[in-house]
Structures are given as C-alpha cells and as structure tokens.
Design a protein around this ligand. Structure first.
Ligand code: PRP
Length: 175
C-alpha cells in the first residue's frame, strides 16, 4: 500500500500577508456598505475566521455547508447542500468566502441559488484558485493564491476529513 506524505506549498506567513492585503481591499470596497459574508463550510472555516477578524465594516456572517468531494481527491460532480443560510439576503451586498475554487461547479450551483434570492450584489472571495481545472465559466472576484493542479490540504482543506488543522497549505503526495 502506498504511503501518503505532505510537502509545504504556502506558508502561514505567506497566507497572513495575503489576508492582510485582501482585508484592506475589502475594508475599502465595503466601507459604506453592510455586507453579509457567507462562509462555505467546511473548508473555508480557518480562512474565513482569519479574514473576518480583520474586517472593520458593519457586517453579518452566515454559513452554508456544501459538499461535492465527499473527502476524496476528485469531485463527485454533484453539489450537496447540507445546510443553508438563515439570513435573508434580498437586497443585500453578499460576499461568499471559499477556501478553493477548482472545477467551479460548487460556486456555479451556489451562485444560481443565491441569485434567486435577489441580493443587491454578489461577490466571491477565495483563498485558492486552481484555475487550470476550471470547467465552468465562473471566476472569483478576489483571490489570494492561484495554484497549479495539485491536491492540497491544510488551513481548512481536507483529505478524508484529515489535515484541516494544518496552519499552512501543503501538497498531499504518495510514495
Ligand atoms: C471543496 C471546497 C469548495 C469546492 C470547490 O469543498 O471547499 O467548496 O470543493 O471545488 P469545485 O470548484 O470543483 O466545485 P468539498 O466538497 O471538498 O467540501 P468541504 O469544504 O467540506 O471539504
């Protein structure tokens, strides 16, 4: 049986620096607004926690639990909504926080569902963008890191529910 191991790809310091920059941009862009941030669980929980504590506008936070990878390396091709938001987003400025946009299928499904509730605006913030894997025409408005087609874990991202607690992003490899 092959043995898995991890190699650091993006350090905690690199992530902290990018989050600071992103927070400055969002603080400027939304300073006159009262946005609703929707955190997509499980993967985005660490990124969202660190980003949200650096935001200074009057904001609200809600959560959705979505899954399609079911802990595996490849998308099942179906996006399951396990839990929905409870805030009414009609006429609100909505910002979705994701850990990674890969094929884009999750965000495409989510966007259609959110737009049906008539937000005033809808934007997407992501920690990681695996742009080369995209097979739908959806792109984030704010991205911290564009990465190659590597299977990454850590900082919220998992393999079979493991590695989410790593304070950095690592590539999962097999011997
Ligand atoms: C991951 C990630 C995104 C989605 C991106 O979720 O958090 O929501 O996949 O992939 P896509 O662009 O190919 O659709 P996952 O299904 O692994 O659930 P998790 O966040 O609970 O780990």
């Amino acid at each position: 049986m092959s043995k898995e191991f991890i190699e650091t790809l993006i350090t905690k310091e690199m992530i902290d620096e990018k989050i600071d920059k992103l927070a400055k941009i969002l603080n400027e862009e939304y300073k006159e607004k009262r946005p609703v941030f929707i955190v997509i669980l499980k993967g985005a929980f660490i990124f969202a926690a660190n980003l949200l504590t650096k935001l200074t506008m009057d904001l609200r936070v809600d959560f959705m639990v979505l899954s399609s990878y079911l802990g595996e390396r490849n998308s099942s091709g179906k996006v399951r909504i396990e839990e929905d938001i409870s805030i009414d987003i009609d006429d609100e400025d909505v910002v979705v926080i994701e850990d990674i946009i890969d094929t884009g299928l999750t965000y495409k499904t989510l966007k259609k569902k959110l737009l049906a509730n008539s937000p005033r605006s809808l934007k997407l913030v992501t920690l990681l963008d695996k742009r080369s894997k995209r097979n739908v025409d959806e792109n984030p408005d704010f991205t911290c890191f564009v990465i190659d087609d590597l299977f990454v874990v850590g900082y919220g991202l998992d393999y079979k529910q493991r590695y989410r607690n790593l304070p950095y992003i690592a590539v999962l490899k097999e011997e």
